[in-house]
Design a protein around this ligand. Structure first.
Ligand SMILES: Cc1cc2nc3c(=O)[nH]c(=O)nc-3n(C[C@H](O)[C@H](O)[C@H](O)COP(=O)(O)O)c2cc1C
Length: 330
């Protein structure tokens, strides 16, 4: 900017639309996309969409807030690459818990370089449910990931290989606890395994029986028709836990922001990722994971991080059209 440039207080509508559209690539539980954006001419507001809460898997709405936090981080990352610094107030109206964030804008000519790398990763990130090889350059990456989650007041712990069998057993117990829970089963069948919709997890993103059998820690989804991708690989991904020091809406939102940063950084490093919450959404599973941590904290999300041997990208999962998630209200 030069002194003669007009003082602009907000991006133009096209910039806002670009950022909101790209923010919609954020991950969300069963691809429920529980967010709604409103631009008032100066500020951009993020709301959660209460009709998109998954009552069986997520009765308290914790995961809905995590998904919205991921979308918030995606949006801020994109705005930075478009030349805008975003000052964000989380939960600006204590009488409206669905009003999650209010974003104010300032021109920003020199965002740190890592932001552009993570923004570029938005379009290629996806949840990979197939077996993975171990992550590469892991020690340095863990250091970088810790640096990304700390500002959100979260911790990132790598689960040691020795306790993996224990975690696999907890994962299996979580599936068993849900097996005859008709409310949960109906919900997951509604949200996954269908093609041609703008929401939910499509069959191409799911693992077949043979593929799932080689992943020891994963949510049991309806299995699509038989396929044997990565037939020679048994899962050797690293498992990390994102935990917060308190359980509150703000910290759930922050968890989503940190999760977004972690997933994008790993994608930028050429790695595959998959967030997992089937264990931490059940009290017993959560307690078991908490006991595996070297400090006292509340485990929110486990993330599998590894190398996809084929480097093949499945088709991107669908997203709702912009006019369903964004409006302008002056
Ligand atoms: C809060 C949250 C919980 C999730 N839980 C799981 C899970 O337990 N298992 C899984 O395979 N994917 C899980 N995911 C990934 C979503 O299913 C995925 O983001 C969504 O289907 C969109 O697909 P994409 O990530 O490939 O864009 C979760 C994502 C979020 C944000």
């Amino acid at each position: 900017m030069t002194a003669s440039d007009p003082i602009t207080t907000a991006p133009d509508i096209r910039t806002i639309e670009t950022a909101v559209r790209r923010a919609a690539r954020a991950p969300s539980l069963h691809n429920s996309q529980p967010w709604h954006w409103i631009f008032d001419g100066f500020l951009l507001h993020l709301y959660s969409d209460p009709d998109r809460r998954l009552l069986a898997a997520d009765p308290r709405g914790r995961q809905q807030f995590i998904g919205c936090g991921a979308a918030l981080h995606h949006a801020r990352t994109v705005f930075a690459t478009l030349g805008w610094h975003t000052d964000t107030i989380r939960l600006p109206d204590t009488s409206r818990m669905d009003h999650l964030a209010e974003i104010d804008f300032r021109p920003w000519s020199d965002p740190p370089p890592g932001i552009a790398r993570r923004a570029a990763a938005i379009e290629c990130r996806h949840s990979d449910r197939l077996p993975m090889l171990p992550p590469t350059a892991w020690t340095d990456l863990v250091h970088a990931l810790r640096g990304l989650v700390t500002p959100h007041d979260l911790t990132l712990d790598v689960l040691p290989d020795e306790i993996r069998p224990q975690l696999a057993a907890v994962s299996e117990r979580a599936a068993a606890a849900r097996r005859y829970d008709m409310f949960y089963q109906q919900e997951i069948r509604w949200w996954s395994g269908h093609s041609g919709t703008s929401e939910g997890v499509p069959p191409t993103a799911l693992a077949s029986d043979a593929e799932f059998a080689r992943v020891d820690v994963g949510r049991s989804f309806p299995r699509p028709s038989h396929s044997e991708r990565r037939a020679e690989v048994r899962d050797r991904s690293a498992l990390v836990v994102l935990s917060s020091y308190e359980d509150s809406i703000t910290q759930w939102l922050r968890t989503g922001e940190a999760l977004s940063a972690v997933l994008l950084e790993c994608t930028a490093a050429g790695l595959a990722t998959c967030p997992l919450t089937h264990i931490t959404e059940l009290p017993a599973g959560r307690q078991t994971v908490a006991a595996m941590l070297p400090h006292q904290a509340s485990p929110q999300v486990i993330v599998r991080i590894g190398t996809a041997p084929d480097g093949e990208q499945p088709p991107p999962t669908p997203r709702r059209p912009l006019d369903e998630i964004f409006e302008i209200r002056h």
